[in-house]
Design a binder for this molecule. Structure first.
Ligand code: FES
Ligand code: FES
Length: 178
């Protein structure tokens, strides 16, 4: 009988997560979200459906939003991974996007929030000039049972507007302007 905990299937992975290098010994078919949450204790990334539908597990892979429940951790080797823990400051300060969510009441239970934050962070980095309609389309990729989405759209739009204003005023260091 095969021992399910056999070490034959284990492999050593080196992952770049939030700017830090992590070495993890794990099964070859373990998902990225399980490695993040259970092996590295980065529990800000949530798990809902585990089937790629809800988006609660969204992280950035080389700057692009990706469902961490649909990736094997091994597939993330060599990529830069960012989780929601990367958004705020080391002293617990909120990022501008997180402040916008708070200010616009874009969360209620908060279960979906890490996924929406990383979805928005990736999208606004790629398209800082996004219109509200474009934001509405992007937000439709993830599920929220509480808010009705409008406040999430408002929050992301407010953050995008504030970043554009800061860039126009030359405050490039805090906004990632081109
Ligand atoms: S938990 Fe990954 S998409 Fe739902
Ligand atoms: S705030 Fe509850 S699921 Fe979105």
């Amino acid at each position: 009988m095969t021992n399910p905990s056999s070490t034959q299937d284990l492999q050593l992975l080196t992952l770049d997560i939030n700017g830090e290098r992590h070495e993890v010994i794990t099964e070859s078919r373990r998902t990225l979200v399980d490695v993040l949450r259970h092996d590295l204790h980065l529990t800000g990334t949530h798990v809902g459906c585990e089937h790629g539908i809800c988006g609660a597990c969204t992280v950035l892979v080389d700057g692009r939003p990706a469902r961490a429940c649909l990736m094997f951790a091994a597939q993330a080797e060599g990529a830069e991974i960012r989780t929601v823990e990367s958004l705020g400051g080391s002293g617990g300060e909120l990022a501008d996007l997180q402040e916008a969510f708070r200010d616009h009441h874009a969360l209620q239970c908060g279960f979906c929030t890490p996924g929406f934050l990383m979805l928005a962070e990736g999208f606004l980095t790629e398209r800082p000039e996004a219109t509200k309609e474009e934001i509405r389309d992007v937000v439709a990729a993830n599920l929220c049972r509480c808010t009705g989405y409008q406040t999430i759209v408002e929050a992301i739009d407010a953050c995008a507007t504030a970043r554009r204003t800061a860039c126009a005023q030359g405050r490039k260091e805090t906004t990632g302007c081109n």
